[in-house]
Design a protein around this ligand. Structure first.
Ligand code: SF4
Ligand code: SF4
Ligand code: SF4
Length: 287
């Protein structure tokens, strides 16, 4: 990754960016997020198939937003989040230098997260970065063309269930939620200063770790992400009790795709459908 390190050194020493968000090694054959401020620390940067985290989550941190310009090492899925954050006016395109990394998938057989149900990378359409100031790495073959509509195998299987079976599945799954909020913390689109779950007057959501609270929290979060979720699977990866959150997210993605022909994070000009009003919006949900 000599090119990545050299570019980072260059950007930092010429003060073209104040810091770079990237990955560094943990010493346990894993990668962890790193915020590099000094050119002499740029040598710590790595990029490999252990770089799971969606680093776009750090772009909305208060200390990062205060910087004049930030560099970020970004895979295609991270860039989908960056596109959304720009559209939602959370970051300025001019204030972010995107070092796009070509990527062959980060959840490889044999890796710690290989058994993730979500299949973080198997439906990815952006192995080659679609928005970047610089792309590092050889061009890789896309597994799915960007304009092709895709449906994850887990979702196809789930849809064969009856309505009652689906409901029971989610009652069972969401009642296991321990309300740790790790899903929210890992999600680049959960950037609210104050999350709905943190309100106590009135308290909109039962904060207890019980079936009612688990159901309320996860359904509300899924609705807040509908049309905005960029399919990075980070919420599911970090869930300590392995709730198949991507099945829930993808159920809503499928609905948004079917109703509005929209997928989040590909196009800087396209606003998430639930954030805009159009005169010709369908009204078939009004009875
Ligand atoms: S809901 Fe999950 S998959 Fe969607 S953007 Fe957030 S972390 Fe990524
Ligand atoms: S769950 Fe909803 S309110 Fe909470 S941070 Fe995410 S988008 Fe914001
Ligand atoms: S990460 Fe899992 S256990 Fe924690 S709040 Fe989210 S769904 Fe619940």
């Amino acid at each position: 990754m000599e090119q990545l390190i050299q570019k980072a050194k260059d950007l930092l020493s010429k003060k073209e960016v104040d810091a770079i968000i990237g990955y560094c090694a943990t010493g346990k054959d894993e990668a962890k997020p790193a915020l590099i401020y000094q050119a002499e620390d740029a040598g710590e940067l790595i990029f490999n198939d252990r770089c799971y985290n969606n680093l776009a989550v750090y772009l909305t941190r208060k200390d990062v937003k205060k910087l004049k310009k930030i560099g970020i090492v970004a895979k295609g899925c991270d860039i989908r989040a960056i596109v959304n954050l720009i559209i939602e006016n959370q970051i300025d395109r001019e204030k972010v230098y995107i070092i796009g990394m070509t990527c062959n998938g980060v959840v490889k057989p044999g890796s710690k997260y290989a058994s993730l149900k979500s299949g973080k990378c198997d439906v990815c359409k952006v192995r080659n970065p679609h928005l970047a100031d610089l792309v590092i790495g050889d061009k890789v073959t896309e597994q799915v063309p960007m304009d092709k509509k895709i449906k994850h195998a887990d979702l196809e299987e789930f849809e064969k269930k009856t309505r009652e079976e689906k409901w029971q599945f989610w009652v069972d799954q969401l009642s296991r939620c321990i309300r740790c909020n790790a899903c929210r913390q890992a999600c680049p689109m959960c950037y609210c200063n104050r999350c709905i779950v943190d309100y106590n007057t009135p308290q909109w959501i039962d904060t207890r770790s019980n079936p009612k609270g688990g159901m309320a929290w996860n359904l509300v979060r899924a609705y807040h992400l509908s049309g905005r979720c960029i399919d990075c699977s980070e919420c599911e990866r970090v869930c300590p009790v392995n709730i198949p959150l991507m099945l829930l997210n993808r159920t809503l993605q499928e609905e948004v795709q079917r109703s509005f022909d929209f997928e989040a994070g590909y196009d800087l000009e396209a606003c998430p459908p639930l954030t805009v009003f159009k005169k010709d919006d369908k009204e078939n949900f009004i009875r």
